[in-house]
Design a binder for this molecule. Structure first.
Ligand code: G6P
Length: 625
């Protein structure tokens, strides 16, 4: 949550900072601000609302200056107001700071500062505490005999940052500037991502490379407890404890072009329509027809280690957890391995009994979700081999796991996850195939699975052609106060995911359930205004699904059916609307059935005039607990 951008160079900072914030808006968008040092003044503009509001404020009176910091907020402590918008200042007003994360002991630190007598707080945020602490420490270390060389000032500020952070419990990605230290930004991270962009005669700090990829593709992904001193032409990384840090400059995988919307009205639609490519990329080079299995070198496990796995735990949040639920069905069916799903937020705090031979997968598009990261750390701490399934290559989860599989889905900007979901499911199918082939699956069964997977991209393309038909259905239900989603087996998690998509971007009430649960309470909700969406492909449980459809019909509930093969014909007399996806074996069907649900949520949200890419109260990457 929250996005940070810092710049120090020779260009005017304001447009670069604003441009970066716009690209980070997916991380939070309830208020925003910039602070730019202009000679002997720190000029700040900040306000509640979107970056567009900040843009207007900056355009009215643009702060001049070639170094500064900026922030887009997703509120944790304190409402979304002008006062609570970052940057925050120390008592002198000379030090400005932006922060992504949560200072858990801020109340105690605040009381201590207030007891000190001279600190007045102007916001309700936890962040302001940090600005005051660093400012106070910096001022207290000032030499008594007048001015000092600029390098001393920089060292003093970095030392103040270190001392303050040593007292902090919580998470932070921070960037700060000081009026008296020209062309200098300090930054630090723990638990919240921070990347240094290395340019020519200019350097950047950002929560995510997408903010700076238009300017440089050379990046240093900072580690927890790194403190970085950034100047135009150099930077230095040390630790909060004061040790010299090592670093590696990496090339960013994607370009600025990849994060543009192109001709699409929304990122979400663009990303839905990229799925034939992203699913293909998730499989690229990972299927061996010769050995009838998947090749996943990133797992860093020998065949013997893979064979000895006795249990699997799949953990994640939100959409990633729904992919994990499909994974549970996949691994149990194809590999016969007991598999459990754990909400990352629960897993990390409860004492799940696990056998020694348990293998844990942390699934996360961003690789930065705090709960998933916490689950990963807890699992590793207990000595379990813990692997990541991430899209963001340099993310914390990717770096802290014992190995894993990258999705290679390309940047996903729309807050509602779409292509990352189908990539996660595809990768879980590869994992199931690999584990299955280490066990009972024959070469011919392996070949059938590979063929089904390889056929997916083309079937996705065909499914995407249903978009207009789905838009017409969405229009029909524009007045619906909510929607129910039902599915069985592989498609039960798709019912959950369909409901989540609808909730996220239309703000309508939606629930997902196993179809047969209908009669155990949910049926009380059925009425003519509430459509029920059944995911009922032509598979082994079709007739069972059909029974449930009939039960809804008998109670005058409108029915939308997502089906395949001869399903449409058999549903004709009961379903009000039918969407027929291409036929496919049941274990890959979720990749296809998820797409109409993404499109339904999208079209309905557009019809309802919702802000599809930036839905209310949400953020793409939740880096707080
Ligand atoms: C947030 C987003 C969801 C996403 C979840 C997990 O809640 O709004 O769309 O599914 O985080 O994100 P991750 O990056 O870990 O997959």
């Amino acid at each position: 949550m929250c996005g940070i951008v810092g710049y120090v160079g020779r260009s005017e900072a304001a447009p670069i900072l604003l441009d970066g914030l716009r690209r980070l808006e997916y991380r939070g968008y309830d208020s925003a601000g910039v602070a730019i040092v202009n000679g002997d003044r720190v000029e700040t503009r900040k306000c509640a609302g979107r970056i567009a509001e900040l843009g207007k404020l900056v355009a009215e009176r643009t702060p001049a200056g070639t170094f500064g910091i900026s922030h887009t907020r997703w509120a944790t402590h304190g409402k979304a107001t002008d006062q609570n918008a970052h940057p925050h200042f120390d008592a002198s007003g000379n030090l400005a700071l932006v922060h992504n994360g949560v200072i858990e002991n801020y109340q105690a630190l605040k009381e201590e500062l207030i007891r000190g007598g001279d600190t007045k707080f102007v916001s309700e945020t936890d962040t302001e505490v940090l600005a005051h602490m660093i400012g106070k420490l910096y001022d207290a270390s000032a030499p008594t005999n007048g001015s000092t060389p600029p390098q001393h000032e920089k060292n003093r500020l970095v030392a103040a940052v270190r001392v303050a952070l040593q007292q902090v419990i919580g998470t932070y990605g921070i960037a700060l500037v000081h009026r008296d230290i020209p062309d200098f930004i300090a930054g630090a991270r723990r638990g919240s991502p921070l990347v240094l962009g290395v340019g020519k005669d200019e350097n950047f700090l950002a929560s995510d490379v997408s903010a700076i990829v238009a300017y440089t593709r050379d990046a240093v992904y900072l580690n927890d407890f790194d403190v970085v001193a950034v100047e135009r032409d150099k930077f230095e990384i040390s630790s909060v404890a004061g040790e010299r840090g090592s670093y590696e400059v990496s090339k960013v995988e994607f370009t600025d072009e990849d994060i543009k919307k192109g001709d699409y009205p929304h990122y979400m639609l663009k990303e839905i329509f990229e799925q034939h490519g992203s699913v293909r990329d998730a499989m690229r080079g990972r299927l061996s027809l010769e050995e009838c299995t998947a090749k996943l070198g990133g797992l860093e496990m020998t065949p013997a280690q893979l064979r000895d796995v006795g249990r699997i735990v799949l953990t994640g949040c939100g959409t990633a957890l729904h992919a994990a639920m499909v994974g549970e069905y996949l691994i149990e069916q194809l590999a016969g391995l007991p598999t459990e799903i754990e909400f990352a937020s629960e897993f990390r705090h409860r004492n799940t009994p696990m056998t020694r031979d348990t293998l844990v997968f942390a699934i996360s598009q961003s690789g930065e979700t705090a709960d998933t990261l916490g689950a990963l750390r807890e699992s590793r701490r207990k000595g379990y081999r813990t692997l990541g399934i991430c899209n963001n290559v340099a993310s914390t989860i990717a770096r802290e796991s014992d190995g894993g599989v990258y999705m290679h889905a390309g940047p996903e900007i729309g807050v509602a996850a779409t292509k990352s979901f189908t990539s996660q499911v595809t990768i879980l199918a590869l994992i199931a195939l690999l584990l299955g082939r280490m066990r009972h699956l024959s070469t011919s069964e392996g070949t059938v699975i590979i063929e089904a997977l390889e056929a997916l991209p083309e079937k996705i393309e065909q499914t995407l052609k249903l978009s207009d038909h789905i838009r017409a259905i969405a229009k029909k239900y524009i007045a619906a106060p909510g929607m129910l989603f039902f599915g069985r087996q592989f498609n039960f998690p798709i019912a959950l995911e369909g409901a989540l998509k609808l909730k996220e971007i239309t703000y309508l009430f939606a629930e997902g359930h196993p179809s047969a649960e209908l009669k155990h309470g949910i049926i009380a909700l059925i009425r003519p205004e509430i459509p029920s969406l059944f995911i009922a492909p032509d598979d082994a449980v079709f007739s069972k699904n059909l029974n449930n459809v009939e039960q809804v019909k008998a109670r005058k509930g409108p029915i939308i059916a997502i089906t395949s093969g001869s399903g449409a014909e058999r549903l004709a007399s009961v379903a009000d609307d039918t969407v027929t996806v291409p036929s496919a074996p049941d274990f890959v069907m979720p990749v296809l059935t998820a797409i109409p649900l993404q499109l339904l949520a999208y079209h309905l949200a557009v019809e309802l005039g919702r802000d599809v890419d930036k839905p209310r109260n949400l953020a793409k990457s939740v880096t707080v607990e």
